[in-house]
Design a binder for this molecule. Structure first.
Ligand SMILES: Nc1ncnc2c1ncn2[C@@H]1O[C@H](COP(=O)(O)OP(=O)(O)O)[C@@H](O)[C@H]1O
Ligand SMILES: Cc1ncc(COP(=O)(O)O)c(N)n1
Length: 269
């Protein structure tokens, strides 16, 4: 018997709603032992990002080595990777350790609009990391940057997903949270052969800080348990839907999602 273990390589969000904090909470709620390699420390709250402080490449590499050489993660999630050098380092480490269960959340911008990825890093994401991804989970703006396409319709999303598979990703999930044109939020998965739609009722709320991180972390947790991509996404969709619907309701801006909701833990004072 062993415990499923997942490594998140991402930024720290002092506000606790996104980044490695969201990842660890999600892993824990799904019964997975979470480990971290921090790329940058950010000062954040629900109003925005007040500071971004990247770690050194040596600090990032040593964290990954420490986990890899003793704790053997079953799945790896990448989140905020800050710049091209970090993206290339992480890609090299993934190849070096022969890791295959890679979930890439191509974090570029925080909900308040602040950049979390340096301009020139998009190219490194596409050429170095994307071909290693078992699943990549861009939101609509991120998919537009990665493909250079304008995405306004579901067909546009299908074309973008095909393009990202052509660029090497095995499974592409183009998330639908940013498409506020109707009352259903539709996430589109393309596995290289078939399109799968995951729908959930749109919750009219501003408390969506960390939705993408949480969604990708849930996929990572489920894959670390040995589940296939389709089943992992099914569970992740239910996890994020409950995390958004059962709002915690604090913070003056984009509040955090409720990582306890999926397991219906009552934590209110
Ligand atoms: N208002 C909402 N109501 C219901 N589900 C949502 C809402 N906003 C986002 N989601 C879900 O949360 C996940 C993250 O979506 P999205 O916001 O597009 O990503 P990101 O946080 O990376 O911008 C997706 O599964 C999406 O369907
Ligand atoms: C450290 C860090 N990583 C990622 C995000 C993106 O958050 P979201 O899931 O809301 O897009 C964030 N705001 N901060």
């Amino acid at each position: 018997m062993t415990v499923s273990r997942a490594l998140t390589i991402a930024g720290s969000d002092s506000g606790g709603g996104a980044g490695i904090q969201a990842d660890l909470k999600t892993f824990q709620e799904l019964g997975v032992f979470g480990m971290t390699a921090i790329t940058a420390v950010t000062a954040q709250n629900t109003l925005g990002v007040q500071g971004v402080y990247p770690l050194t490449l040596e600090a990032l590499k040593t964290q990954i080595d420490s986990v890899a050489e003793d704790l053997s993660p079953h799945a790896i999630k990448t989140g905020m990777l800050f710049n091209a050098d970090m993206i290339r380092l992480v890609s090299q480490q993934i190849v070096h350790y022969g890791w295959e269960n890679i979930i890439v959340d191509p974090v570029m911008v925080a909900k308040g609009g602040q950049s979390l990825l340096q301009e020139e890093a998009d190219e490194a994401l596409i050429t170095s990391l994307l071909p290693l991804a078992k699943v990549i989970t861009p939101n609509i703006p991120e998919a537009e940057v990665l493909t250079g396409m304008e995405i306004r319709t579901l067909d546009h999303r299908k074309d973008a997903a095909k393009r990202l598979v052509d660029l090497g990703a095995k499974n592409v999930m183009v998330k639908g949270g940013h498409d506020s044109t109707n009352d259903v939020v539709t996430d589109l998965l393309y596995d290289g052969h078939t399109f799968h739609l995951f729908e959930g009722e749109r919750k009219e709320t501003k408390h969506t800080h960390g939705t993408g991180c949480t969604f990708a972390a849930a996929i990572t947790a489920e894959i670390s348990k040995g589940n296939n991509v389709l089943d992992a996404i099914q569970t992740a969709k239910a996890f994020i839907q409950s995390a958004i619907e059962d709002q915690l309701g604090f913070g003056s801006g984009h509040g955090p999602t409720n990582h306890w909701a999926y397991n219906k833990r009552n934590v209110y004072r």
